[in-house]
Design a protein around this ligand. Sequence first.
Ligand SMILES: Nc1ncnc2c1ncn2[C@@H]1O[C@H](COP(=O)(O)OP(=O)(O)OP(=O)(O)O)[C@@H](O)[C@H]1O
Ligand SMILES: [Mg+2]
Length: 456
Amino acid sequence: MLKPVPSSFRQRNRASEAHMLRTLNTFAVDLMSIPCVEDLFWYVAQNVVGKLGFMDCVIYQADEVQTKLTQVAAWGEKNPYGRNIINPLVIPFGRGITGQVAQSRKPIIVDDLVGDENYIPDSEPARSEICVPLICGGRVMGVIDSEHPDIEAFGEPELEILSTVAAMTSAKLELLAETERSQERYEDLVAVHTQLTKETSTRKVLEAKLFESRKQEAIGRLTGRFAHEFNNLLTVISGNIELLALDAPDTGSLDTLQDAKTASARGAQLIRDMLAFAQRTRLTPETVDLNRLVSAFGEDCEQSLARPVERHLANDLWPVAADPAAVENMLLALALNGIEAMPNGGSLKIATENVFHTLPEGQHFPSELTPGRYVRLSVSDQGTGIGRDQLLQIFDPFFTTKGVGEGTGLGLSMVLGVMRQSGGTVAVTSEVGQGSSFELYFPAAPCGTELPSEDQ
Ligand SMILES: Nc1ncnc2c1ncn2[C@@H]1O[C@H](COP(=O)(O)OP(=O)(O)OP(=O)(O)O)[C@@H](O)[C@H]1O
Ligand SMILES: [Mg+2]
């Protein structure tokens, strides 16, 4: 029931149609930069009143299942609360003027609300009303509604303006929905990509670990067999040297045989280190106090190597089951490495500590301990440090950066083999130019284990 309404609107519109078009143009431009649906509704409500001269404007949003409308924005005398709605009205589709517009998807103008059965009166009674639907992608997204205290306040021009605003709002709603969908798709893609990257890098780490343990196992088997064969040969050679020495005709020959003996003793030491790496060394574990071993070793080391050795020994250190001679060998190998890494001087630090299993996965090499109580014995230097690539190789038998004849490359492999054979492991942290720290992890003896007395 549309009637021509010679209201203030129409007088103003006639006088300034060009102005209205410019206003709608500004409206459209403003809409472009609105970032979300809530801002959009409030902008439209505010500017239907402010820019387009309507007395009030209420916007209702339809729900997903197209059964009810909820008031989401209101501007004008009816809403004195600014951008805030207290007790938003909820209207079922089909009920009242707004509900009918939502259901029929067609605009409605009511010239006189008095006596109109569809009018839902509220705190500010009105005489006429205009309501247009917001349609987007074939669905009703809501309605824009405006009331006026005079009868016959709305006519064709107002309908045209409000329908234009509704069309612009609907287009913007569609754009926002599409932006949200694209954002969701983008986030899904990012999530899938992140998951894939994570899986790939986890797989790479696992593959590297598997490769490392297979490599160690293969080298261990090879080294063990080689050491075994070589030991048999060496036993024959040393036996023959002993026999020859018994019948040596002169001291010259004896000196030569002595050189041969020294060389075979060196060969025997190499074999012991190789067997140690292959975890086939003969260990005689006993309950020991590592503090006591470190103190004695530190004193010897300071005297024989003329280097200061700082000792940081933990109180109440847990006893461990270890072969004292093997521990001394390992300390010597690590101390020598540390001193060799500090050609310009510097002190060596040996520390002991009780630790619960705290080896952070991937930060140390090798990382293989089961959770439990351990005693950590660390030997640290302030030397050259070890580069990342070399860190993966230093435990390999025969890996050395020393010149030919200067190093066997068996020191650290022996340490790793003995520690593994003792139920522990060795880890290293190193920074090029800052120094290195080798940490031996010994499983602590069961609680209540007594240490043998000092003089034993
Ligand atoms: N504390 C350290 N600082 C810097 N580099 C080290 C340190 N300890 C070991 N390395 C590196 O690891 C390599 C292997 O050490 P390892 O003790 O197994 O053999 P080596 O010291 O070369 O030979 P050997 O022990 O027979 O004298 C060394 O050549 C060195 O490059
Ligand atoms: Mg060494």
